[in-house]
Design a protein around this ligand. Structure first.
Ligand SMILES: Cc1ncc(COP(=O)(O)O)c(C=O)c1O
Length: 397
C-alpha cells in the first residue's frame, strides 16, 4: 500500500480521534524509524514514552517470539507463571505488595481508583473521595478523565464520576486544606507529563507522603509516564526516601506490547477479593513475557545509567540553545523526560523537526516535549540538537 492509500483507508474506516501526521511508519530499530517511503527519523518521543528500550530490541523481540510460539493467551481462570514472575520482579524493584495487571495506563489507574474506594469504604462508609491535581493526566476512561483535572479532556462527557476533588499541583497547603474525612486517596504524577512536564519542588513528594500518613489517606503515584526508567531511576519516587501505597505503570513496561499494572501495599490490596476487579487480557502470557524481558534488559544493559548520563548532556545542550534563542522560556524535566516551554505555540517547530527527520511533540500548546529512548547515544543527541536548533532558527526567521 502506498502512503496515500493508507491515509485514505484511515480516513474512511478509523475513528477520527487523532490529529495524525500524514506519515506511516514501516520499520523501527533502536532510536530510529523509517516511514513507508523509506525516509529515516530519529525518535525523540519513543511512541509517547513507550519505546524506552528503543524499537524492536532483539532481547525483547526474541522473548516475544518464543512466548508467541508456545502460548499467547489462556485466561486469568488459570495461574500464569510469567504473570507471577513479572509481579515478583516488579515487587523486587519497588516495595512489598501485590500487582493487578491490566492493559494500559488508564486501566491501571482505574484499578487504583477502585481499590482506593474499596479500601476507604472498608474503613468508613463514604470515605471515597480522591484528590488529584490541576493539569494532571490519568487516562481517557470516564473515571480517569474525571481524575484528570483538565477541562479539555472532560468537555462533552458530563456527568462525570462523583468523588473527585482538584487542587493545584506542588501545593502542600492546598492539598492539606482539601483533605477531609471523606478522602480515601491522593493521586499524583511525580512529574506531570501531558500537563507540560511540570517538576514539583524536591520537598513536595516527601511532604505529601507525611501529610497522607498523618491524615490516614492513601498515596497513589501515577508513574505511567515517569516509570520504567524514564527519569533515570526505574520509578521517579525512588529519587526520594518515600514509598507510595499504590503505584501505577504501563507504557514502556511491555516495550510496545500493551500492558498496565497497579502495585499496592499488601494490606491495601487485601480490600480486593475474587470478583472485585478483572481484565480478560490483563497480564497474559505474551504481555508478561514482554514485561519480564523489558525489566531484564534495562538492568542487563545499564539503561538507567545511560539515561542519567545522556540526560546531563542533553540538558546542557538545551540550556545552551535556550541561551541563543528568544523563543525558549524554560527547559525542565528529569532524566530523559524533558519539556521546553516556549513563549509561543510549538506546533510549527514540531512540524519543522519532523520534516528534517526528528520526532518530538508538543503538550499544552507551548511545551515541546522530548522523550528519547533510554539507549540514546551522544551522536544521536548531536544529530537531534542540530535539527532542533535549525528548526527553531527557521521558525524565528
Ligand atoms: C501519567 C499518565 N497516566 C495515564 C496515562 C494513560 O495511559 P494510556 O494511554 O496507556 O491509557 C498517561 C498517558 O499518557 C499518562 O501520561
Amino acid at each position: 500500500m502506498t502512503n496515500e492509500e493508507i491515509l485514505q483507508l484511515t480516513a474512511r474506516h478509523v475513528a477520527p480521534t487523532y490529529n495524525r501526521f500524514s506519515i506511516s511508519m514501516a520499520k523501527g530499530k533502536g532510536c530510529l524509524l523509517w516511514d513507508t517511503e523509506g525516509k529515516e527519523y530519529l525518535d525523540f518521543i519513543s511512541g509517547l514514552g513507550v519505546n524506552n528500550i528503543g524499537h524492536s530490541h532483539s532481547f525483547v523481540v526474541d522473548a516475544i517470539k518464543r512466548q508467541a510460539e508456545n502460548l499467547i493467551h489462556v485466561s486469568n481462570l488459570f495461574h500464569i507463571p510469567q504473570q507471577a514472575q513479572l509481579a515478583k520482579e516488579i515487587v523486587k524493584r519497588t516495595f512489598q505488595g501485590k500487582v493487578f495487571f491490566a492493559n494500559s495506563g488508564a486501566e491501571a489507574n482505574e484499578a487504583a481508583i477502585k481499590l482506593a474506594r474499596k479500601y476507604g469504604q472498608n474503613q468508613m462508609p463514604g470515605k471515597i473521595e480522591i484528590i488529584t491535581a490541576y493539569n494532571s493526566f490519568h487516562g481517557r476512561t470516564l473515571a480517569t478523565i474525571t481524575a484528570t483535572a483538565q477541562e479539555k479532556y472532560q468537555k462533552g462527557f458530563h456527568p462525570l464520576l462523583p468523588g473527585f476533588v482538584y487542587t493545584p499541583y506542588n501545593d502542600i497547603s492546598a492539598m492539606e486544606a482539601a483533605i477531609t474525612d471523606k478522602t480515601c486517596a491522593v493521586m499524583i504524577e511525580p512529574i506531570q507529563g501531558e500537563g507540560g512536564v511540570n517538576v514539583p519542588s524536591p520537598e513536595y513528594l516527601p511532604c505529601l507522603r507525611r501529610l497522607c500518613d498523618r491524615k490516614g489517606v492513601l498515596l497513589i503515584l501515577d508513574e505511567v509516564q515517569t516509570g520504567i526508567g524514564r527519569t533515570g531511576r526505574l520509578f521517579n519516587y525512588q529519587y526520594y526516601d518515600i514509598r507510595p501505597d499504590i503505584i501505577t505503570m504501563a507504557k514502556s513496561l511491555g516495550g510496545g506490547v500493551p500492558i498496565g499494572a497497579m502495585l499496592a501495599r499488601d494490606d491495601v490490596i487485601d480490600a480486593f477479593i475474587p470478583g472485585s476487579h478483572a481484565s480478560t487480557f490483563g497480564g497474559n502470557y505474551l504481555a508478561s513475557a514482554a514485561g519480564l524481558a523489558v525489566l531484564e534488559v534495562i538492568d542487563k544493559e545499564g539503561m538507567l545509567e545511560n539515561c542519567v548520563c545522556m540526560s546531563d548532556i542533553l540538558f546542557k545542550e538545551l540550556m545552551g540553545l535556550k541561551g541563543e534563542s528568544s523563543v525558549i522560556k524554560e527547559v525542565r524535566g528529569k532524566g530523559l523526560m524533558i519539556g521546553m516551554e516556549l513563549h509561543c505555540e510549538g506546533r510549527e517547530i514540531v512540524k519543522r523537526c519532523l520534516a528534517k527527520g526528528l520526532i518530538i511533540n508538543c503538550t499544552m500548546d507551548n511545551v515541546l516535549r522530548l522523550l528519547p529512548p533510554l539507549i540514546i547515544t551522544r551522536k544521536e543527541i548531536d544529530r537531534a540538537m542540530e535539527v532542533l536548533s535549525d528548526a527553531i532558527k527557521d521558525f524565528q526567521g
